[in-house]
Design a protein around this ligand. Structure first.
Ligand SMILES: [Zn+2]
Ligand SMILES: [Zn+2]
Length: 381
């Protein structure tokens, strides 16, 4: 920013100098447009908030523009990917994992697996559908009495507190968190809970598949690896269907006699590959989405959105230079932040609104927000 700033100062000084020296010589009709041009230049150049961040944003503007275009055009592709990958894992869990669980475990464990597995599937489908279909919330476009904190130059409307403009949706969003390409939707006031719950249950579901299928994965991997290095149809056959154990029977030369088990068929190979695919995918997703979920949980505990995190950090640094401490006005305390976020108004809501699928509206209208010191205990439970 500094070279640019110096150049602009020199240009302005030059214009000022020209004005001074030539004032007497220039005719009146030229003096007026010249001073008008000076005024335009000065008003365009002036910005009290100009700093290195603004310059960095300007340099990266083409990159942001490309990301916005790609995200907008490929939104449905991302959604299709989520649906296809999740469906494939559910399919493998039902047709590969479940039969082995039914044959191997005790009735108590079978009941637990069936209840937990089906609860996870219902929660994932419900929260993903609601996160996609629920509009995040938009500020009113017509004249209204809603208090606002700034003005959106793109929508040409006043912006209520916590609202931000989304370049991909091309509109302002109430309590905007971020634009999620995997939802093809903005995460805002009305669908933030669905997004977060989806992340939580997706992580739990992936961890469940990863842990339950771990032994199966090790056996499947070693089977495929072993058969890759031998003449599969003649020298050895896998032993399948005995609980979670899948091994290799010794070949004819080592066993000294022919093996009576069926050969390593195409079906066996597909079964093993499906297990490996499921385990690798669910393990990767549980780490990646688990990290994202943890980050959002920290933000919710602090009463912040992803965008506000950056704004609050900047504001905290700015005030720290002046020896003052910044306080987030929307932080109502750790527990209250969670109650407000989840819409928990009484004790039974922890079960009915958090652990079961619930389509209740979030706390507040997203247009007006209580400021911390005014109302400490917002939802006393
Ligand atoms: Zn806007
Ligand atoms: Zn958006």
């Amino acid at each position: 920013m500094y070279p640019c700033s110096t150049a602009m100062h020199l240009l302005l000084r030059c214009l000022r100098g020209c004005g001074r020296h030539s004032r007497s010589r220039l005719p009146r009709r030229l003096r007026q447009p010249l001073s008008y041009m000076k005024l335009i230049l000065q008003s365009l150049y002036f910005n009290s908030l100009t700093n290195s961040d603004v310059l960095f944003d300007c340099v990266l503007e083409p990159v942001f523009w490309m990301v916005e275009i790609v995200t907008r055009w490929f939104g449905m592709v991302f959604v299709f990917l989520v649906v296809a990958l999740t469906s494939s894992v559910v399919f493998i869990a039902y047709f590969c994992l479940l039969p082995l669980i039914l044959r191997t475990y005790s009735p108590g464990w079978i009941m637990w697996h069936i209840c937990y597995g089906n609860w996870i599937v219902v929660m994932i489908v419900f929260h993903y559908y609601k996160a996609i279909k629920t509009p995040p919330g938009y500020p009113p476009k017509m004249k209204n009495e809603v208090p606002f904190v700034s003005f959106c130059k793109k929508c040409v409307i006043p912006k209520p507190a916590r609202s931000h403009h989304c370049g991909i949706c091309k509109t302002c969003i109430l309590k905007m968190d971020h634009h999620c390409p995997w939802l093809n939707n903005c995460v805002g006031h009305f669908n933030h809970r669905y997004f977060f719950s989806f992340c939580v249950v997706l992580t739990l579901g992936c961890m469940y598949c990863s842990i339950s299928g771990r032994n199966l994965f090790i056996d499947a991997y070693s089977s495929i690896d072993q058969f890759r290095h031998m003449d599969v149809e003649k020298q050895g056959v896998p032993v399948t269907g005995i609980g979670l154990l899948i091994g290799i029977v010794p070949s004819e030369s080592t066993a000294g006699k022919m093996v009576s088990q069926p050969p390593y068929t195409y079906k066996d190979r597909m079964f093993h590959k499906s297990i490996i695919y499921m385990w690798v995918l669910t393990s990767t997703v549980s780490v990646a989405v688990g990290g994202l979920t943890l980050w959002h949980a920290i933000l919710i505990t602090r009463g912040e959105t992803s965008i506000e995190r950056h704004i609050n950090n900047k504001e905290a640094k700015r005030l720290a230079k002046r020896g003052r401490v910044y306080r987030n006005p929307f932080n109502y305390g750790k527990l209250n932040n969670w109650k407000v976020f989840l819409g928990v108004e009484k004790r039974s809501h922890w079960l009915t609104r958090v652990f079961l699928p619930s389509g209740h509206a979030p706390y507040g209208d997203g247009l007006t927000w209580d400021i911390y010191p005014i109302k400490k205990d917002m939802i006393p439970v």
